[in-house]
Design a protein. Sequence first.
Lengths: 225, 198
Amino acid sequence: MINNHPNTQLLTDYATGGLSMAPLISITTHLQFCDQCREAVSGLNILGGELLTECDEAELSDDLLAQTLAMLDAPMATNTDAEAAAGTPKSSLCPDLASQLPKYLHRFLNSQELEWRSLSSTLSVAAISVGETDYELALHRIDAGGKAPVHDHKGTELTVVLKGSFSDEDGIYREGDFLMREPGDVHRPSATQDQACICLSVLSAPIKLTGIKQVLNPFMQFNPS
Amino acid sequence: MNKPSGPDWNALLVKVGSHQDKAAFGALFSHFGPLLKGFLLKGGGVEPEQAEELVQETMIKVWRKAPSYAPTQAAASTWMYTIARNTRIDWLRKHAKKNHQTDELVAEDLFDENEESSPFTALIQTRNASNIREHLNSLPQEQLQVLTLMYFQGKSGQEVADELAIPLGTVKSRVRLALQKLKLKISPNGEEQVVYAS
């Protein structure tokens, strides 16, 4: 049972096309696990369809249909290659990892090699590039029983638990759970003892470490591209 | 499914998918094309010629994707809406110069293809659509305005708040009230950022 979901505003922004790519990916990832939110999004899409149907019509140029019909038979060059490539995980991607992640995510992982960097003895991060500068998308892995450093947030952090579970001061989060941390929230996630925890995370601005060890921010050792 | 009077758009869309039926496509084009153009123009920020380009692009995608259309999962209008939304997202990204690196990623890949595929969807779809039709016109103006900005312009809640110079919290509550009135399911967490697991 999933206890933590995106709020209504995020789901609405998702359905109306108001989200940037990285947050969009985090919501879709949550939907892979969550029937309730999928149903909510489905309703919001129906509303989109109704608003479209109720819209005032705007007259089209006379020849637009003919032009469009003429284009239908043109071979589709784009996408077929990408679709074929998205079908199976590339061997360079750690196969163990691929089998643990929702199929939906494979296409983002296939397009690049995941480079895991150790941030501490138990925490590593692998950046995923989607060509955005305002957000960072990454996988975080906390080894079984490991702890992430205490940190708070300057910007918003969205997290989806993909595998395993972790806990912090406020609770325990399991596969599919979606968390949103706002500026000012301080927490220290740690993985449960039995297995490593892998999360997808989206950061909108640098996280700052609290306490003395503010030398390096381990969450920010990669650059958005 | 309760069928609206007039042509059965769902059935026409199925025909396009199963038989590459150009007559059916033409009928869909003639019906949805002007609606799509109106939808895009209402959002603003798009010139009429660009709106037609987007209509064309959307309809070509409809042709290409029609074989995967399942009327039990979505009404033609809902399906068209999602394709038009994705087409607009890609168009806007292409025209925003800062994001030119990953053009191979398209909105279609970012959304959940199985968004609609729960066993009860057909039922929910029918119920939702008739609730929406029944209550949409009686929404208070301020709620309709927020929904309109979000859907027609693809603006986020924050952007709508900025544009109307009202707090984000006000936008959120207008959205919530509107969705309640339309009897649409909202997030299990409601407006909360996080409901902590116990």
